[in-house]
Design a protein around this ligand. Structure first.
Ligand code: AMP
Length: 130
């Protein structure tokens, strides 16, 4: 069965899209640690980061860097943190989290956003993608 993220890539499940190219896709995390928390994924469905072939791994990092730079420009944060966990969704995803304090990195405290806020954040990040 395809992962929930494959369904998002195919447009079968809605998302707040931030960036896309032939091999990778970025969208806002629906339960964010902080405003602008973004997930970058390979279109190729692989469960674990370390199981990616090297080209996809390197490509994912380059794509995540591009999206991370856009987040830094678009949003008010001290820096963008990068984390890979994957215990919930078995489809490799890089968490890019705008950080202002350590708590933003912990996955303990979540922020709740309206649809309009999600859309505005996605638009702001998208506008800074080079
Ligand atoms: P993990 O697998 O532990 O790295 O976490 C999976 C992440 O995916 C969590 O932060 C969820 O909030 C996020 N997530 C799950 N379903 C969706 C969805 N439909 N749209 C956006 N983010 C999602």
């Amino acid at each position: 069965m395809p992962s929930i993220f494959t369904k998002i890539i195919k447009g079968e499940i809605p998302c707040y899209k931030v960036a896309e190219n032939d091999d990778f896709f970025a969208f806002l995390d629906i339960n964010p640690n902080a405003k602008g928390h973004t997930l970058c994924i390979p279109k190729k469905e692989v469960d674990k980061l370390m199981d990616l072939d090297e080209a996809t791994y390197m490509g994912l990092m380059a794509f995540s860097r591009k999206v991370g730079k856009a987040i830094e420009q678009a949003l008010d944060c001290k820096r963008v943190g990068m984390t890979v966990i994957g215990l919930e969704v078995p489809h490799v995803h890089v968490h890019l989290i705008p950080l202002n304090n350590m708590q933003d990195a912990t996955f303990q405290k979540k922020v709740s956003l309206t649809k309009e806020e999600f859309e505005n954040i996605a638009n702001a990040i998208r506008s800074k993608i080079e």
